[in-house]
Design a protein around this ligand. Structure first.
Ligand code: RNT
Ligand code: ZN
Length: 416
């Protein structure tokens, strides 16, 4: 895009927003600081490097677009390339099954910091911070119940795994001088009716209490609620109600995956309610299409509203923003950039809302004026601000990144 066009458009946009009391430079500054945790599992359809077992736990990546990352070097190469197309400094979110196991089988109850040292070094070299996830799925002991399993042997196996993961996250956080956010999502549920809803939830709460006992200052734990998984449609142990209560009473971070609610539910409305009771949020920004389909995040009403609610709650700094989708039907790097940029756009759009004016109008009971301004805000020259943000940070502006990804596909991913 022509430099003078970007600059002129920004100058006009800046003036337009200023007339409504919005400082675009300040919004850009905040967006530059906003880290987004890139989910490493977008590079390889949640395969990991443990062995070639198939994906279980009620989640599924559909499609077989060529070029998925097949090993640790390819995952890292893809992430390094992704970084060149994004403004800002971001994080990488790793699952336990992405450890550097050196070709050996390391069972989940045997994993240690040594299997992630090369990730820690790589992150440092590439100016990434790391987040982490225990992995309860795609394992012979996954079954329908892991941390909520009444069978003590199986439950203890997963408790040990999750405790070890917390120690790995602690080491990551200490090495990067910034807490590593570790997510615990377990798929536990039942395909058909269960007469033990309460029992499994009691066990899950007990297991989590045991896991979270250890004080590890380099990391923060979060727990992810969900509606259902494939093959686990009738009951999910870690439902929203379960984790809301758990996080509020234990003061643990609540992981809000935007795909984990009823399709007609207003996910944005949960933000302000949760933030009254839980310390922070971890976000998995996703796009559910009819169900928790994990389509690539785009700038749609749900995502726009979601970030507006965070900004209106003055809580951007109480949310850890991460992505969670896995679309194997299109270029995976392209999917990364679309989703990350869409998330940035939604955050920027929220930061550019003429909130003071809107709140004043509401306080004065000027309903028509408020609605009119909300409508007008939708077509303010927001794109000019986002273009300038990318230009200022030396990354492709607008659709320019498409050609970069095509080039990477031609030279790298198509040869896999
Ligand atoms: C599953 C959860 C979970 C996973 C990742 C791979 O429904 O969203 O976050 O997607 O752990
Ligand atoms: Zn998720």
């Amino acid at each position: 895009m022509k430099e003078s066009n970007i600059l002129n458009a920004y100058a006009n946009a800046k003036e337009r927003y200023a007339a409504l009391g919005v400082d675009t430079d300040k919004a850009i500054e905040l967006l530059e600081k906003q880290q987004i945790s890139l989910h490493c599992w977008q590079t390889d359809d949640v395969s990991g490097f443990e062995n070639d077992s198939s994906l279980t736990g009620g989640i599924q990546a559909t499609g077989n677009y060529p070029g998925r990352a097949r090993n640790i070097d390819e995952v890292r190469a893809d992430l390094e390339f992704v970084k060149t197309l994004l403004a800002g400094n971001h994080r990488v979110n790793i699952h336990e099954i992405y450890g550097d196991f050196g070709g050996k089988f390391v069972d989940r109850d045997q994993v240690g910091v040594e299997h992630f040292q090369s990730w820690i070094d790589w992150a440092k070299d590439n100016n990434f911070k790391l987040d982490f996830n225990s992995t309860s799925f795609s394992h012979p002991k996954s079954g329908d119940l892991s941390l909520a399993n009444p069978d003590k042997e199986i439950r203890d196996f997963w408790i040990e795994h999750t405790k070890r993961c917390r120690r790995i996250a602690d080491a990551m956080g200490k090495a990067q001088n910034d807490p590593c956010i570790m997510n615990i999502w377990v798929h536990d549920g039942q395909k058909d009716y269960t007469v033990n809803r309460k029992k499994y939830r009691e066990i899950l709460a007990e297991s989590l209490d045991e896991i979270l006992k250890e004080d590890l200052p380099g990391m923060k734990s979060c727990v992810e609620a969900k509606l259902f998984g494939i093959g686990l449609e009738s009951y999910t142990v870690g439902s929203m109600d379960f984790y809301e209560g758990y996080c509020a009473t234990r003061k643990v971070i609540y992981t809000l995956d935007t795909g984990h609610y009823e399709p007609t539910e207003n996910v944005a409305d949960k933000v302000s309610a949760l933030l009254l009771y839980v310390p922070e949020l971890m976000l998995h920004v996703s796009r559910p299409v009819r169900w928790d389909s994990d389509h690539v995040t785009v700038m749609n009403d749900m995502t726009l509203d979601f970030f507006k609610e965070l900004v209106r709650s003055d809580a951007l700094d109480r949310a850890h923003v991460g992505l969670d989708y896995f679309d194997a039907s299109i270029n995976r790097i392209g999917a990364y950039i679309i989703g990350t940029r869409a998330t940035q756009k939604c955050i920027l759009s929220a930061l550019l809302e003429p909130l003071d004016t809107l709140r004043k109008l509401e306080a004065e009971g000027k309903g028509f004026q408020k609605l009119a301004l909300l409508e007008e805000a939708k077509t303010l020259p927001f794109g000019a601000v986002y273009d300038y943000f990318n230009y200022k940070n030396g990354v492709p502006v607008g659709e320019e990144y498409i050609a970069s990804i095509e080039k990477y596909e031609k030279e790298v991913t198509s040869k896999r």
